[in-house]
Design a protein around this ligand. Structure first.
Ligand code: FPP
Length: 241
């Protein structure tokens, strides 16, 4: 019975697949990068909405390991957008109490961008109001593969006993090792796929697939989705009492 259901607390960690920038731009007769710029503006509004909604952790998918397959113009434009975003937003993020982290493989990213990412992480490391994690050159399978490699190196070096490896071990090697698992994963733009995002971490997450294109994703829509989560029953595989 619905009235007997245990209401869960709000989602402390929300992860978002920000999809639909290209279609948003194309429907206006503009180049795809125009949509990415509009999408970047939305990021700030959504980060600002987090504290009031009780969202302590926000993780956003900015660039996947598959996104390199896009045209050279789009990839270069996105990389330049990330550099500009970090440079332009650093001070505001610091002052608003946002702690920024990046996940993903930095090896393929250019040195200038990686230096800016490192600087922003250091600049905001004392902050604790909102934890914003930006997934850049991120893929869930790639992350698990990199984690497994480091785990295997620890076994080979005698630092880790393979007999002791369990569900708690691998997460310590993931890029997200200091983060809680996401409670709610949102994907915009009507696609019902998770596209290699936080595969291990989202095992028990709720999902919301909505038609809105990312540049139209407003704090009001965000608030509604966060509110929906509070009305769902969460059983983690158990039978309701
Ligand atoms: C997917 O839309 C979006 C991306 C691949 C890029 C996400 C990037 C941003 C929102 C911009 C900035 C982010 C930060 C952190 C500054 P799409 O291009 O796949 O859209 P489509 O499916 O309509 O083609």
């Amino acid at each position: 019975m619905a009235s007997d259901r245990q209401k869960s607390a709000g989602p402390g960690h929300v992860a978002i697949i920000m999809d639909g920038n290209g279609r948003w731009a194309q429907s206006r007769g503009r180049p795809r990068l125009f949509g990415h710029h509009a999408g970047a503006k939305r990021v700030r509004q959504i980060v600002e909405a987090c504290p009031e909604l009780g969202v302590k952790y926000l993780t956003i998918f900015a660039f996947s390991t598959e996104n390199w397959k896009r045209t050279q113009v789009e990839v270069a434009g996105l990389m330049s957008l990330f550099r500009r975003y970090i440079t332009k937003e650093a001070r505001a993020l610091k002052e608003e109490g946002v702690r920024v982290r990046f996940i993903g493989d930095r090896v393929r990213l250019d040195d200038k961008l990686v230096a800016l990412m490192d600087e922003l992480e250091t600049l905001t490391e004392e902050n604790d109001r909102v934890h914003l994690t930006i997934a850049l050159n991120y893929g869930g399978r790639d992350e698990v593969a990199r984690a497994t490699k480091r785990l295997a190196q620890d076994v080979a070096a005698g630092r880790l006993d393979p007999e002791g490896v369990d569900e708690e071990t691998l997460p310590r090697y993931l890029d997200t090792c200091v983060l809680p698992d996401p409670d709610l994963v949102i994907r915009t733009s009507g696609e019902a796929r998770i596209s290699n995002f936080l595969l291990w971490q989202s095992a028990y997450a709720e999902y919301e697939f909505i038609d809105t294109l990312w540049p139209d994703f407003s704090p009001e829509i965000f608030s509604d989705l966060v509110g929906n989560y509070g009305n769902r029953e969460r059983r983690y595989g158990a039978v309701p009492a």
